[in-house]
Design a binder for this molecule. Structure first.
Ligand code: SAM
Length: 799
């Protein structure tokens, strides 16, 4: 927000007298006449300087609070809420405030691990305050007692767990749980330990159904411990999963001994831990036996039934392909409005299935794929390599895979036509796959199950297909090829770890091609229906586009060219080739207008300039398809970068409104919602430097724009009329006036690469369609009351 300097009359800098602790309008007069009347002028001057420093320091460092910090200082929620309310009443500024709903005074749990333990070991009942209400719909992530909603309970085991009360858990913010997590991640370097922490939190909750603070009384509860495992078993949980719980609980007991070092000081506690470990070990043996039997019977079943081949595992992709392709053509051929929500969802399932069944990605990797990663896909040898860093799997490896151009067109169709409708105005979701409600997909395994059910094909899990692929790889691949596969599948096993070297896109492509051959088809045409396609690889669409690369300017191969190159004279590949070119051309046209929505005329001119006569989208289609660019798109857009550098923004002009309001900015052409209009041009400095500079601004409007970017407090200094880089030019952005009630533009901080240097730029985006002559206004984010108490008479702030 730009901070404004006040009128002279308001410039009485209130300073607290540190002698009487009262605010004084004119501190020097006050000291002279009252609190320091018996002191020398020098002493008064020294004191005065200190008082002013103190006032400045208070404004700079103490008036703004972070609610998260407050949570650390006052863990007791009712007290914290009371303090927060009092602070807000006294005009403190609070960042990251809780949701409105969090301001209710319901008590929250808190305790240090040591406190809980002393309660447990001295065999007293733990302090009981009420249960953190995880069902409170208003509770939000800003509150440490807040628990994320339970994931939609979908699997039968989970439903049963919930019914048996096994799904409740202590908040991850309970000190002992937080500390256990730290122990796992820092001391033991366990990556992705959340599941383990959750299991322990659930176990503790089961053992101690009341109270907010987990105590260590469970160490004395052998019957309940047995019941816990029996109850888990009753939910039909596999023995392997129960064994996992046991492993987690044993590690928790170890943590209590190691981390808190209580065993050294308290022999009773040490004996308790030991006895408890022995109890759990006994239970483990019994359950292990069941597990071994289960494993043996599964192996026997596989032996009897015969294992499915990789190709069989991918059956659902072939069965569903026809319907999928119909949706694809509807999406890209102007019929996207006719594609129902259900079809859109099936389309997404199919893409997820491609990644799991054909590219052997774990569900967590598919769920974690972000838009940025999709946009950063790297073309290598007619394929596209995608890396996923933020995946929810237990491996620290980057997940990566290579898709064919054809697959790319399918994914792009989802990205362009389905995802925007799913996410609506929520631009906060950065995941590539989103549900119809716009939230990140977190159920890839279930989606795969639904796909199989719908097409009546027996289900295959990610684990199964990966295992089968590995078995086939083991018997047919060379050692170095196996290393490539280990990387492609982002293994965690010790064997695979020793194989990891730098993951490079070319080797990802090589492995994708090899794995494609394994399943009896090339990845470029993995859904080939011909059973003998393994031998007929040269007839695939992959080899077709290798022979006739799809370019925006090229022409599709004639029948003669096709047959000469050994392909069928029919038009199947020809049509697909044209489809790819059409999609590419439309993408290219849209990329020309990322900054602003084009008119049909400007698109027609762009098409004419390319000289395309046919197989291109109409100008109207491009206009209709246009969507406001994402932050990633904007950051890479050369038109935006050029406009920032040259400061020649079209369609905006300075207007003198005269009077107090002075100058402002108006539109001289229409803008569509999402268009980028101009930037707030100036020099980026730290917020502290900005504040210091503000102190020196007297009797003039302020043009300092304070903002946060990647957790840094910054300020865009546009105070001087002409900036250093454009000494002859009055830039427009700094002159945009304020409106909190009817803003039509919104500032957004972006990182642009200007002259090979990452530069933070504040861009103004249209919040709605803007008419010619309309004044541009944005919300300075300043209220009369909150504006250092100085804005009380600034009526325009209410606008
Ligand atoms: C960043 S400057 C905007 C350009 C300014 N109007 C000028 O002539 O240079 C902010 C100052 O503009 C004035 N201002 C901003 N929004 C206004 C509004 N809605 N009505 C009247 N004055 C406004 C205030 O004086 C404020 O301090």
């Amino acid at each position: 927000m730009p901070k404004q300097s006040k009128k002279r009359s308001l410039r009485h800098n209130m300073v607290h007298c540190l002698k009487c602790n009262k605010p004084q309008k004119c501190i020097s007069v006050h000291l002279r006449r009252m609190c320091m009347k018996n002191n020398t002028p020098e002493e008064q001057a020294t004191e005065l300087a200190e008082m002013k420093d103190s006032a400045r320091l208070w404004i700079l460092e103490s008036r703004t609070w972070d609610y998260k910090e407050l949570c650390g200082i006052v863990p007791h929620k009712p007290s914290r809420v009371a303090i927060l309310k009092a602070m807000l009443k006294r005009h403190f500024l609070v960042n990251n405030p809780p949701h409105e709903g969090d301001l209710s005074d319901d008590p929250a749990p808190s305790s240090s691990p040591a406190a809980s333990i002393s309660e447990a070991t001295s065999l007293t009942t733990a302090a009981v305050s009420s249960e953190p209400d995880s069902s409170d719909p208003d509770a939000g992530p800003s509150d440490p007692t807040w628990q994320k909603d339970l994931p939609a309970v979908t699997t039968k085991v989970r439903v049963k767990m919930q019914a048996a009360g096994l799904y409740k858990k202590f908040s991850g913010d309970a000190e002992v749980i937080k500390d256990f997590k730290k122990y796992l991640s820092v001391d033991l370097a366990v990556t992705n330990c959340q599941q383990e922490v959750d299991n322990v939190a659930r176990f503790l909750r089961y053992m101690q159904p009341t109270g907010d603070v987990p105590t260590l009384d469970f160490l004395k509860k052998s019957t309940e411990t047995r019941d816990f495992f029996q109850d888990l078993k009753n939910t039909d949980m596999t023995a392997a999963t129960i064994l996992n719980y046991i492993k987690n609980i044993l590690r928790f007991v170890d943590y209590l001994r190691n981390r808190l070092d209580l065993a050294a000081t308290n022999s009773e506690f040490r004996n308790q831990c030991q006895a408890y470990k022995e109890l759990v070990e006994t239970l483990r043996k019994a359950i292990s036996k069941t597990n071994s039997k289960h494993t043996l019977s599964t192996r026997y079943q596989r032996f009897v039934d015969g294992t499915r081949s990789l190709r069989e595992c991918q059956e659902v992709l072939r069965v569903a392909e026809k319907e999928f392709l119909q949706i694809f053509w509807m999406l890209i051929n102007k019929d996207s409005a006719k594609v129902s929500i259900q079809q859109r969802t099936y389309y997404r399932y199919y893409l997820e299935a491609i990644l799991v069944l054909r590219h052997f990605q774990r569900p967590g990797a598919v769920e974690g794929m972000s838009v940025r990663e999709w946009l950063n896909r790297k073309p290598v040898d007619n394929m596209l390599v995608i890396g996923i860093s933020n995946h929810k799997t237990a491996t620290t490896q980057l997940a990566s895979f290579a898709i064919s151009q054809e697959e790319e067109a399918w994914f792009q169709a989802y990205y362009e036509h389905i995802r925007p409708g799913f996410i609506g105005d929520l631009d906060s979701c950065d995941r590539f796959f989103t549900s119809a409600k716009g939230t990140a997909v977190s159920t890839v395994t279930n989606d795969l199950g639904r796909m199989h059910e719908r097409y009546k094909v027996s289900n295959v899990t990610s684990r199964e297909v990966r295992r089968i692929a590995e078995t086939e790889v083991d018997s047919t691949f060379t050692t170095s090829q196996k290393e490539g596969v280990a990387r492609y599948m982002a293994h965690t096993t010790a064997v695979a770890k020793s194989h990891y070297r730098m993951l490079d896109p070319a080797s990802v492509v090589q492995t994708a091609v090899l794995l494609g051959k394994l399943s009896g088809c090339s990845p470029q045409r993995a859904s080939q229906t011909d059973e003998t396609s393994g031998q007929q690889e040269d007839r695939t669409f992959d080899s077709f586009i290798a022979a006739f690369p799809v370019t925006n300017d090229g022409r599709p191969p004639s029948q003669k060219q096709r047959t000469d190159a050994g392909f069928s004279p029919d038009r199947t590949f020809y049509d697909k080739w044209c489809g790819l070119q059409y999609v590419n051309r439309r993408r290219y046209l849209l990329s020309l207008f990322q900054m602003r929505k084009p008119s049909a005329g400007s698109v027609s001119r762009a098409i004419a300039k390319e000289g395309w006569q046919s197989n291109h989208p109409s100008a109207d289609e491009v206009v209709k398809m246009w969507r406001p660019a994402s932050r990633e798109d904007v950051e890479g857009d050369k038109h935006v970068i050029n406009s920032v550098v040259r400061q020649k923004w079209k369609g905006v002009s300075i207007k003198n409104f005269s009077g107090e309001k002075g100058l402002g900015v108006v539109a001289t052409r229409q803008f569509a919602r999402g268009d980028i209009l101009c930037d707030y041009h100036g020099e980026v400095i730290t917020a502290q430097e900005g504040n210091e500079k503000m102190e020196l601004i007297i009797d003039e409007a302020g043009y300092m724009f304070f903002f946060n970017f990647r957790e840094k407090h910054l300020c865009l200094d546009a105070q001087s009329e002409y900036c250093k880089c454009h000494p002859q030019l009055e830039t427009v952005g700094r002159l945009i006036n304020h409106s909190s009630k009817r803003p039509n533009v919104k500032p957004a901080a972006c990182l642009l690469n200007i002259n090979s240097k990452d530069t933070i730029v504040i861009l103004f985006k249209a919040l709605k369609d803007i008419k010619v002559d309309e004044e541009l206004k944005f919300d300075y984010g300043v209220k009369r009351k909150s504006f250092r108490g100085e804005g009380l008479d600034l009526e325009w702030l209410e606008e």
